[in-house]
Design a protein around this ligand. Structure first.
Ligand code: ZN
Length: 327
């Protein structure tokens, strides 16, 4: 059982690997941890601090006394600033700067500034002075969602680590480990753009689960043109039409994955339903359906009525299935 929600994925991340190799040779004085995923940055900070102080050879075991202090936020040499991810005022930075020169109890002090991009220019300039002449035993981590909000002078004094993008399998495994079923984990992994926090939000949203089941149901029941009359209303009645088309694309894409590489069936996160559906369509048909779904998106953005857009979509799906049969 992982202590942090995303412990395993974070320990496998490139950003963590780079930091651990720095830790062996000597940590730098400042790092920017760039990610649009605030929750994941928080966890990353905890993991980094545990790794630095862990009594079991920097392993972040979360069992030793040092790791537990980090976890419970009562380690004397670990400082968190702006955990609420609110605005950071120049006074907050002034307090940090004043404490930086107090000697550490161990031989290293870590400062974690959450959402450092919320600092105004005045606060950043105040911090810059410390970054220009940092005390030997201090490392400052800046969690940043929007790099453009950081002064270039700060960026040039910090090493930037990107934490955004995990591959789909990693996200999928992380969602499974959180207890979501394969279907939801797959949807979350596909819609998350590689962001773990976003994936968790999707996986825990009943709305996405409902959309996915509706789209899967639609594909399972769509067999001949007379089916369209009973199915179009069901699809067109979806409140979140763009979300519906998103999950439909994911289903089609997963069907394509099954078609293209049978060896992936075992390892890849596709359900039995997807495998059975995939039997009915050729890879060429599926590729065309993906572009038809994009056309449907375009029609909806041009205010075509949902019902007629969905009618077109369903007819086109059946048409390409017929014209590009499985060999
Ligand atoms: Zn430990």
């Amino acid at each position: 059982m992982n202590v942090l929600t995303f412990e395993k994925a974070l320990k496998g991340s490139r950003a963590y690997g780079l930091l651990m190799s720095d830790l062996k040779t000597g940590l730098g004085h400042a790092y920017i941890v760039a990610s649009g995923d605030d929750d994941v940055v928080d966890e990353f900070f905890t993991l980094v601090a545990a790794s630095v102080y862990c009594e079991n050879g920097n392993s972040a075991c979360f069992e030793c006394a040092e790791c537990r202090k980090v976890l419970h936020r009562n380690h004397a040499d670990v400082f968190h600033i702006n955990e609420a991810r609110d605005k950071i005022k120049v006074d907050d930075v002034a307090k940090l700067v004043a404490s930086v020169y107090v000697k550490s109890l161990s031989d290293r002090k870590l400062y974690f500034i959450h959402r450092a991009d919320l600092m105004n220019a005045q606060a950043q300039n105040k911090l810059l002075k410390t970054l220009e002449e940092p005390p030997q035993d201090v490392t400052i981590f800046l969690g940043v969602a929007n790099s453009a909000a950081m002064l270039d002078t700060i960026k040039s004094r910090a090493r930037t680590l990107h934490l955004d993008v995990f591959d789909e399998d990693t996200v999928f495994e992380a969602m499974l480990a959180l207890g979501y079923d394969r279907e939801m984990s797959s949807v979350a992994a596909a819609c998350s753009e590689g962001m773990l926090g976003k994936a968790r939000k999707i996986a825990s949203s009943p709305q996405y689960a409902q959309l996915y089941r509706a789209a899967l149901d639609l594909m399972k029941r769509l067999d001949k043109s007379t089916d369209i009359l009973s199915l179009d209303g069901l699809a067109a009645g979806q409140e979140d039409m763009s979300g519906f088309l998103d999950v439909l694309s994911i289903i089609i894409r997963d069907m394509l994955i099954v078609q293209e590489d049978e060896s992936m069936i075992l390892s890849k996160h596709v359900s039995q339903d997807i495998k059975e559906l995939a039997q009915k369509y050729s890879p060429l048909a599926l590729a065309k359906i993906i572009s038809i779904i994009n056309d449907t998106r375009r029609q909806l953005s041009l205010n075509v009525s949902p019902l007629s857009a969905i009618d077109n979509l369903l007819f086109s799906i059946l048409e390409v299935r017929h014209k590009c049969p499985k060999s």
